[in-house]
Design a protein around this ligand. Sequence first.
Ligand code: GUN
Length: 281
Amino acid sequence: MPQIIDGKAVSAQIKDELKVRVEEMKKEGISLCLAVIQVGNDPASSVYVGNKKKACAYVGIKSEAYELEESTTEEELIKLIKELNERKDINGILVQLPLPKHINEDLVIRTIDPSKDVDGFHPQSVGALCIGQPGFVSCTPAGIIQLLKRSGIEIAGKECVVIGRSNIVGKPMSLLMLRENATVTIAHSKTVNLKEVAKRADILIVAVGKPKMITREYVKEGAVVIDVGVHRNENNKLCGDVDYDDVAPVCSAITPVPGGVGPMTIAMLMNNCVESAALNR
Ligand code: GUN
């Protein structure tokens, strides 16, 4: 059977390391505070935001929650972000996505000061990643790199296929794997012969958003399989983009859903908040 890559354990390890670092920073008089903004009350977003606040409390980062009405205007949201940009006591600003349809997400993201962009979504952060300069990196892809490294999986020189090209996962993931010296292919819904392309991968990273789409026909024997998807199946149980039971017997390592990539996103958000406080002290 394959190595089960334990995201719960690795994320707990990272949060514990951060907790120690935060205690030391506090002794030096550095304060840490993340502003978390949610507009409307999408139930999934409320769960994510709740988990982010809990993680902050665990690590020792103060969180300031802004739960705004669905009817909040773009101008009101922009005004709030500008105020938070100016505040010296706020190290990170997180606007939970998606936003209601009447608000321009791109404009909102561009308003966040890049030095407080702990989500790594600002074009300046993405551009910095692209040309190998320092900046915040989107949390899910950054978490996957940590998951691979801390699970003893070599990246340099490996064939990596990323399926999915979203701004939040696929694109930054590809850039990070390139930075780690993998040979990277980005596949997507228009890729011809996806099964054959996916089968090139020593490390296959799947972020397609379709439950159990990836069966063993897409996986080379002995590959490492990273599943970014989270869905509820017909029995209300969580499943990923990868058909775990079908793929597990043929791969060398795999992330489960839940307990794989999911917990890493918040651990890396905490990491970005700590880095932000350390850099701007
Ligand atoms: N919505 C889904 N994932 C994310 C995330 O990582 N950050 C934010 N801000 N919103 C999200």
